[in-house]
Structure formats: structure tokens, C-alpha cells
Design a protein around this ligand. Structure first.
Ligand SMILES: N[C@@H](CCC(=O)N[C@@H](CS)C(=O)NCC(=O)O)C(=O)O
Length: 233
């Protein structure tokens, strides 16, 4: 890769930008990108016209080329980088492994991480009313129950002794998404520490905490978790 791309991103507390950051460190390419940190909250830079021009959904992460073209949605960014840059194939070397990674990534994203994010927004109005005008505690509590129930299914999958969701020696994107879901469950008012409820998710989280990629990705000191404050560089 000759051109150095910009990645519009956020501190490590924000789970989708963090999925990409963790992936980049796992792949070993983080230093090949220019990180542009958006002031997400309370600034709300992601909802400015400048950022809507890059991403019509007003979200991070977003990758940007020098000619102004962009790519958004975490799995799309991850798959593009995984296929185009040197380093291990984090999303899998063959079609079936890639498909299985996509399956578990979708499950961890849609059924565990996203409901926690929904709770953060609608129950706690986590980004403030400027950015999240909907306050609906019942929806938030229902989302929380959904996240916990589905984390139980993921925990059962891990219970056969496998270290990572696909059963390999190293984590894939699905593991990255589960990791950020666990971190975000612990964040601020969410108060849903999945590692305290589930034995095999606890082991998965503990395994992550030993990895260099994890230590680098959370080294920004922006996770909001006391548990990770020692990683701040
Ligand atoms: N489906 C998108 C979701 C991105 C997303 O939800 N980003 C959040 C941060 S975790 C965001 O930018 N939120 C800002 C806002 O909603 O104002 C992806 O996979 O990248």
C-alpha cells in the first residue's frame, strides 16, 4: 500500500471505532494509517456536515482516501484492509473460515454489542440529548436482557475449551467484536459486565488482556475503564 489513508475514529470507549483499532493492531498495520479523532461527545463532530459528507449516517469509523472517497461500516473496513495489506489474515485464510468469522461477528455484533449500545443511547441517553433525543428506559432494559441472553449462547459456544470463537490459535474479527462488547458492557452507566456473569467469556476477556494488540489498542487511555487505566501510554 503506497497511499496513507485517514481513519476517522474515536477514543477506545466507542466500540465500533475500537473494533477497527483492535483489528489494525492484530494485523500489525495500525502505524500505516493517520488516525483522525472525532470529538464524539459532547462535541458531536460526527454529526457535523463535514463528517456527514464522509459518512451519511454520521458515524465512526470511516476510512478516507486522498481523493476524498470513503468507506464505512466496520466489517467493510476490516475486510478491505485485511485483503489489501500485509500481515496475517485476521478474518480467515479461506472462504469457509471467512464465512464462519462473518457468522460469529454478526452474532456478536447484532445480538450482544448492538443491544448494549441501544441501551446506552435510549436508557442512559449516553451521548447527551443533543445527539440522542430518545429516552425510553423500557426499550433499554429489553435490549439489556437481549444482550445478556445472547451472550449466554456465545458463552456456551466457548465452553468446549476453545480459546477463540473459531477454534483457532489467534483471534478473528468475531473475537474482536465480542471483546469490545464486553468492554462496552462495563462502561459507564451500562453496568453489564458480561465477564462477571459468564465463565468462558471471562476467560476470553482475560486472554484478550494478555495480548499486545489489546494493550496497544487500549493504550490511548480513552476506554473509561479503571481496569484498563494501567495501559495508558
Ligand atoms: N454499523 C456501524 C456502526 C457505527 C457506530 O455505531 N458508530 C458509533 C460509535 S460506536 C458512532 O459513531 N456513534 C455516534 C453517534 O451515533 O452520534 C459500523 O459497524 O461501523
Amino acid at each position: 500500500m503506497s497511499e496513507r489513508l485517514k481513519i476517522h475514529t474515536a477514543p477506545s470507549a466507542f466500540p465500533n471505532p475500537q473494533r477497527v483499532r483492535l483489528f489494525m493492531h492484530e494485523k500489525g498495520v495500525a502505524d500505516q494509517f493517520d488516525e483522525q479523532l472525532l470529538d464524539m461527545a459532547p462535541g458531536g463532530e460526527q454529526r457535523s456536515w463535514q463528517h456527514y459528507a464522509r459518512n451519511p449516517f454520521g458515524e465512526a469509523p470511516t476510512l478516507e482516501w486522498a481523493d476524498g472517497s470513503t468507506l464505512s461500516e466496520t466489517p467493510a473496513i476490516v475486510h478491505y484492509i485485511d485483503q489489501s495489506y500485509d500481515g496475517r489474515k485476521v478474518t480467515g485464510d479461506d472462504a469457509l473460515t471467512q464465512a464462519r468469522d462473518m457468522m460469529w461477528d454478526q452474532r456478536c455484533y447484532l445480538h450482544v454489542l448492538l443491544p448494549i449500545v441501544t441501551m446506552f443511547h435510549v436508557q442512559h441517553t449516553g451521548l447527551g440529548f443533543k445527539l440522542e433525543p430518545t429516552h425510553n428506559p423500557a426499550w433499554g432494559e429489553s435490549s439489556r436482557k437481549k444482550a445478556i441472553a445472547h451472550a449466554g449462547i456465545v458463552d456456551t459456544h466457548l465452553a468446549d475449551g476453545r480459546e477463540w470463537l473459531l477454534g483457532g490459535d489467534e483471534p478473528s474479527l468475531a473475537d474482536i467484536t465480542l471483546c469490545t462488547a464486553v468492554a462496552f458492557g462495563k462502561f459507564g452507566p451500562n453496568e453489564t459486565p458480561l465477564d462477571e456473569r459468564f465463565e468462558y467469556i471471562a476467560a476470553h476477556w482475560a486472554r484478550w488482556k494478555q495480548r499486545d494488540a489489546f494493550k496497544q489498542a487500549y493504550g490511548d487511555g480513552g476506554s473509561g475503564l479503571d481496569e484498563l487505566s494501567h495501559l495508558s501510554t
